[in-house]
Design a protein around this ligand. Structure first.
Ligand SMILES: CC(=O)N[C@H]1[C@@H](OP(=O)(O)OP(=O)(O)OC[C@H]2O[C@@H](n3ccc(=O)[nH]c3=O)[C@H](O)[C@@H]2O)O[C@H](CO)[C@@H](O)[C@@H]1O
Length: 370
């Protein structure tokens, strides 16, 4: 079987695609895959590292306001459709899958026009523009939150969850906390992982910078992921502190996040959908600070659907003061009962079989191919 996958821009669209590819190849090593992304998206570094062949198209996103840029985007879209058709005719995939981000627009559209079965995967509770556009052309729409169902044609929806959840939960993780030790943290102490999504988040970094003096007084520790672009500035600020903060280790990016997630006790993060799929599959308690800068405020909706089930605490960015943040961390980490209750509630929302459910859906649409 040949599978063409496209999705990109940020980790939240790329890791589910990679998790799905890994699952399919593990099931059947004769499965061949091709990935289509852009040169500038995070996929151009992540996908080749996975040994997955990558082709690129040039595309940009639509602006919501009327603008000359949108005319250029239409021209680029049509060129990218043509380019995608060339790749598709060369590779001859049985099924084409889009996991979100601008790039999968022309790819899935081109495949549908060539009568190849297509699936789009929506990670969020509110779909992005690309998936809303593609829903009309795709054979099936795989969703991760029940709330997103009413944006798509009823007869196309399948609730699968996010394949990255399966990858994280099913990985074999060694006992002890080897990754934390490698990073210079204690395996004995509870650990808070702070991460601002796959590209980092300046407002979260600013908030953490204000909490530095608090960490020295705590009996738990912090693994703080700044995002590549923010690392140097943050590191410099931390080094300027009068006293070294042994309880806090700062890194630009984590390439083996599933392993790290197995070793931490609490996550403080944005509310990107793939992160939420990972932590619910693992039952990891969290404090979520949704990005208010995303389309239709979808991160808050993602986060609220966990909070509604007591599986996470939501703190809006505008309310994120250092004291508030540290108090919320204390409330969860210093009360074993509260921590366990949040863990159990998160686990109930997890979809550990998502990759297999996507694999079944692929077989189904392939079987129905004309
Ligand atoms: C600003 C923006 O538009 N963000 C969107 C983007 O988020 P973004 O890509 O930031 O967020 P997600 O939280 O969904 O996914 C991040 C992924 O990157 C991984 N990771 C992160 C940091 C790190 O150091 N190493 C690492 O591997 C995480 O484990 C996760 O697998 O796509 C998500 C999924 O559609 C959306 O919900 C988000 O709203």
């Amino acid at each position: 079987m040949k599978i063409l996958v496209s999705g990109g821009g940020t980790g939240g669209h790329i890791y589910p695609a990679i998790a799905l590819i890994r699952h399919l190849v593990k099931q059947d090593d004769s499965v061949e895959c091709l990935y289509i992304g852009t040169e500038n998206g995070l996929e151009s570094t992540i996908v080749p590292k996975e040994g997955i062949p990558l082709k690129t198209v040039k595309i940009s996103g639509f602006k919501r306001k009327v603008s000359l840029d949108n005319v250029k985007t239409v021209v680029r879209f049509l060129r990218a459709v043509k380019q995608s058709k060339t790749y598709i005719k060369e590779f001859k995939p049985d099924v084409v899958i889009g996991t979100g981000g601008y790039v999968c627009g022309p790819v899935v559209y081109a495949a549908a026009k060539l009568n190849i079965p297509t699936i789009i995967h929506e990670q969020n509770s509110v779909p992005g523009l690309t998936n809303k556009f593609l829903a009309k052309y795709a054979s099936k729409v795989a969703i991760s939150f029940p709330d997103s169902a009413h944006y798509f044609p009823k007869d196309k929806i399948v609730m699968t969850g996010n394949p990255r959840a399966s990858e994280v939960v099913k990985m074999v993780h060694p006992k002890g906390k080897p990754r934390l030790q490698e990073l210079g943290l204690s395996p004995e102490k509870k650990t808070v992982l702070v991460v601002g999504g796959s590209r980092g988040a300046k407002p979260i970094n600013d908030a953490i910078m204000e909490t530095l003096h608090h960490w020295k007084t705590k009996n738990y520790q912090c693994l703080y992921v700044t995002g590549d672009a923010h690392y140097e500035k943050v590191k410099e600020k931390i080094e300027q502190q009068e006293e070294a903060i042994d309880q806090l280790v700062c890194v630009p990016y984590i390439h083996d996040m599933p392993a790290v997630l197995h070793e931490v006790d609490l996550l403080v993060a944005r509310a990107g959908a793939t992160t939420l799929a990972e932590i619910t599959a693992l039952g990891l308690p969290s404090i979520l600070i949704p990005s208010p800068y995303v389309t239709n405020n979808h991160q808050e909706k993602n986060a609220r659907s966990l909070e509604k089930e007591a599986a996470a605490k939501v703190v809006l960015e505008k309310d994120t003061t250092p004291d508030k943040l540290m108090n919320e961390i204390d409330t969860i980490l210093e009360n074993d009962q509260a921590w366990s209750a949040m863990k159990d509630a998160a686990l109930k929302l997890g979809k550990p079989d998502a990759a297999e459910d996507m694999a079944k859906l692929i077989k189904e649409v392939r079987g129905g191919a004309s």
